[in-house]
Ligand binder design. Structure first.
Ligand code: CO
Length: 163
């Protein structure tokens, strides 16, 4: 199992690099990311940076919408209309907050076989993708909150994890 890095680790604030080639190493990383996510309670998405790999890869598995691997993704369109869902993150265990994001997005990416894919999604999957995509840019969901709520959530987090 891969170790999931948590909020105090500065790697999470770094930008991930493009994957140059989808080889066996990348494929086994993806497999291990899925296993690690399934092993972690309530995990529906995981970005490579969260396991210390600064590559533009994330995986998502939501029972209602399916299992996806995104490599070198590009969000090419975001709706101005927004939606709010409660979000959590395996790198911030124990806290959750409502986050406002675009209601629908268009994304281009490579799947795990190296095929170019294009997807237009809305609803919770759109939120999940934007959450994971943010990880590739070094952004966490708490960074999307108002300064007051962010501070409150981080206080809550520190209380839970610092003894
Ligand atoms: Co996350």
């Amino acid at each position: 199992m891969m170790k999931i890095l948590t909020y105090d680790n500065d790697i999470l604030k770094q930008r991930s690099e493009e994957v140059a080639e989808i080889n066996t190493e990348v494929k086994s990383t993806v497999d291990e990311m899925f296993s690690t996510m399934y092993y972690s309670q309530n995990g529906i998405g995981l970005a490579a940076v969260q396991v210390g790999i600064l590559k533009r890869i994330f995986v998502i598995d939501i029972p209602e919408t399916g299992k996806y691997t995104f490599i070198n993704p590009k969000i090419i369109d975001r709706s101005t209309e927004t939606q709010v869902f409660e979000e959590g993150c395996l790198s911030l265990p124990g806290i959750a907050s409502e986050v406002e994001r675009s209601k629908s997005i268009k994304i281009e990416y490579l799947d795990v076989d190296g095929n170019q894919q294009k997807l237009e999604v809305d609803g919770f999957l759109a939120t999940a993708i934007q959450h994971e995509y943010d990880h590739l840019e070094g952004i966490l969901f708490v960074d999307r909150l108002s300064p007051e709520i962010r501070l409150e959530k981080l206080k809550e987090y520190k209380k839970l994890h610092i003894v």
